[in-house]
Design a protein around this ligand. Sequence first.
Ligand code: SF4
Length: 335
Amino acid sequence: MRARLLAWYRRARRDLPWRRRPTPYRVWVSEIMLQQTTVAAVAPRYEAFLRRFPDARALAAASEDEVLSAWAGLGYYSRARNLRRAALEIAARRGGRFPSDPEAVRALPGIGRYTAGAILSIAFGRAVPLVDGNVIRVFARLFALRGRAKDPALAAEVWRRAEALVDKDAPGDWNQALMELGATVCTPESPSCGACPVSRDCAAFKTGRPDAYPAPDARRAPVPVKWTCLWIENSGRVLLWKRSDKERLLKNLWGLPEAGRVPAAAGRRRARTSHSITHHALTVDLRDGNLAPGAKLPPEARWVPRAHLKDFLVSSLWLKLLKTPPAASGRKTRP
Ligand code: SF4
């Protein structure tokens, strides 16, 4: 089974930018970007990020705002902060070289068991396993394992099997072959068993209902959230607001101020958009904000030239909101 899957991977794998020169730094950045973001969204952004920050030293030398700006639109911004924090540690304590010792890798901010497994096996050739959602699905089917996809007991069982099966000679290819199979052939719905290199080894295939493994997760209803944000502009500069780490969403990121946070009255509606962030369904109204004369601004507020907004408003929520046509009752101009 291992030989068949490896041969298939080497023949059929997608040509992805991070596979071309799998140095520890390049694998690390790709794995962090690919957590919770699709390959299609990451691929065009990955090379641009590496051009801007070609190694851990360059990343460590950048400010947090610069790294967040390069991460704009990828979401889950704590990943970018952890990436920079880890780069600072690598630059300060390891002379800029990524560690190859599993414990040292796991101790870096933002690196869990999966990411450590990916870096160690792909970049260093260490025979360590990795398990992500694709691997859970593939193993649940190959061995007809019981349990829901997000069930910790199923994940523990898959980790155990992955550890036993990892290929000692080609651990990086083996781990990537499992993930590639899950991403392109053994997909969540309607797996392409006819094109699968390991169908003869697959217990779920033999049952005739491969898509019944793993059992589907119960769906969580999204939490509705409503925001009213203000567009306050003065002499070509727009008032932004740095959200604190106590916020429920978009912590520590710049955004347009929500009504009530700055001494301004909400006026005419300019735009409305809907956006999803981690199980939250946001509806955001953008209204003209009229600052009270002589109003004193809180320290979280900052005037930013309109041309520099994209360096601050990194969440795709703002991009979407500012591109939304004005509300029918609103002005003809738009932000
Ligand atoms: S035979 Fe079908 S269910 Fe089994 S591993 Fe292959 S694609 Fe997945």
